[in-house]
Design a protein around this ligand. Structure first.
Ligand code: IMP
Ligand code: MG
Length: 183
């Protein structure tokens, strides 16, 4: 296969745009305002889970006008079928002592809910002043564990989506919109 054909195939798998750059920008602005109003004057720590949420985090933190700090975690959950095989494995942890902060988790997508459920339980055990979860996307039809975000910007059907930080095989994270991925 020559390089040109490879590129055509790569682009063909971007099936259709589900959420445009403009729609995302508007929703992010609203989320920033919500954070401003909710935590006005209090010490907040925005925590995102790598890698998927890095673009959303970059935009949300710039939509917030009250003082805030940012932190990153890398988490992996291990399961035997649908049964949790143990606690979430943190491959990169926060360097802040979160007991001094109102923590706001900035997540890209909630699918089965397993990862976030584990991360939330783990962070709660560290006694933050409070803990909220904001997710860009929610696929409620795919839920395996009962988990609900405090704020969800877009609810989507059971599509595999790419772009705006979300990947398929580590590609497409740099698309500025959310698209459905398809063969
Ligand atoms: P959960 O533990 O099943 O909720 O997994 C959530 C994680 O799976 C997200 O943080 C994403 O990294 C990944 N994920 C779930 N659905 C999609 C999708 O449609 N596109 C890309 N990544 C996804
Ligand atoms: Mg993720």
């Amino acid at each position: 296969m020559n390089a040109k054909m490879g590129m055509d195939e790569f682009n063909r798998k971007i099936k259709r745009v589900l959420i445009s750059e403009e729609e995302i920008a508007e929703a992010v602005k609203k989320a920033g305002k919500q954070i401003d109003e909710l935590y006005d004057g209090n010490p907040i720590l925005l925590v995102s889970i790598l890698k998927g949420a890095f673009v959303f985090m970059a935009d949300v933190c710039r939509a917030v006008t009250v003082p805030c700090e940012i932190g990153f975690m890398c988490a992996k959950s291990y399961y035997n079928g649908t049964v949790s095989a143990g606690a979430v494995k943190i491959t990169m942890d926060l360097d802040q002592d979160i007991s001094k902060y109102h923590v706001v988790i900035i997540e890209d997508i909630i699918d089965t809910g397993r990862t976030l459920n584990d991360v939330v339980n783990l962070l709660k055990a560290r006694n933050p002043l409070s803990l909220e979860v904001i997710t860009l996307l929610d696929k409620p039809s795919r839920r395996v564990v009962d988990f609900k975000a405090d704020v969800s910007l877009f609810t989507i059907p059971d599509y595999f989506v790419i772009g705006y930080g979300l990947d398929c095989g580590e590609h497409y994270r740099n698309l500025p919109y959310i698209a459905e991925y398809g063969e």
